[in-house]
Ligand binder design. Structure first.
Ligand SMILES: *Cc1c(COP(=O)(O)O)cnc(C)c1O
Length: 213
């Protein structure tokens, strides 16, 4: 996978060192995460709070950065802060308020919904600016940039180009919030072409996921 990411970065005229590959380990047991850590993986992603919390506790002695990439209930926000290095799915005011803290800041990405289906998570593009402003005025959150999932059934690259354009607006509000969490197993090349800094790769690295337990 590292070779394929480097190749895509070079094709895009980019430095591979500016791209972080997060291995999404959802549904896989903790021992698989431990094996990945032995192979040098440092960034892992999970999309269900209870599963993430349990694995992070079990593997606490490993030097891993846990990225929370799934929909997060506001009432679980405090707990998620405790183990997550980054939360990629900040998508509404209530969640921002629940993540507020006077302790060390947690990295976060505002997730944008590129579909018309609110159930898919993410803030609607029209509401993005107001949400970003709210994140920036809330203590305990460090805005890294935007996150998105390409809609199913259409080419991914134009969607990622939209996110890149939205990122320019975000950077007017905070020039340091330039990161882009986008690109999965099937569309990471397109994401790299459009400036992705954080890829979230599951099956292309881990093989098929076990059926949800
Ligand atoms: C599962 C998941 C991924 C990884 O998907 P793959 O297609 O297995 O690479 C990335 N992002 C999110 C939000 C996910 O839930």
């Amino acid at each position: 996978m590292a070779g394929r990411v480097s190749d895509a970065a070079r094709d895009a005229g980019r430095d591979p060192a500016e791209i972080t590959t997060i291995v999404v380990t959802k549904f896989h047991p903790a021992f698989l995460v431990a094996q990945l850590a032995e192979l040098g993986v440092r960034d892992v992603g999970e999309n269900r709070h209870q599963e993430a919390q349990a694995k992070a506790a079990e593997l606490a002695e490993l030097d891993l950065r846990w990225h929370f990439v799934g929909q997060l209930q506001s009432k679980k926000a405090r707990q998620a802060r405790a183990y997550a290095s980054a939360i990629h799915s900040v998508d509404r005011t209530a969640l921002v308020d629940a993540l507020r803290s006077d302790e060390a800041s947690v990295d976060c990405f505002v997730q944008v919904n590129l579909t018309d289906d609110p159930g898919r998570g993410g803030v609607a593009p029209e509401a993005l600016e107001a949400l970003v402003e709210h994140v920036l005025e809330t203590p305990g959150l460090r805005l890294r940039g935007l996150m998105a999932v390409a809609p199913l059934g259409e080419p991914a690259r134009p969607s990622f180009a939209r996110v890149r354009a939205m990122s320019e607006l975000v950077q007017k509000l905070d020039p340091t919030a330039h990161d882009l969490s986008m690109g999965m197993s099937h569309d990471f090349r397109d994401a790299i072409m459009e400036g992705a800094t954080h890829l979230r790769i599951g099956t292309a690295i881990t093989g098929n996921r076990p059926v949800a337990g």
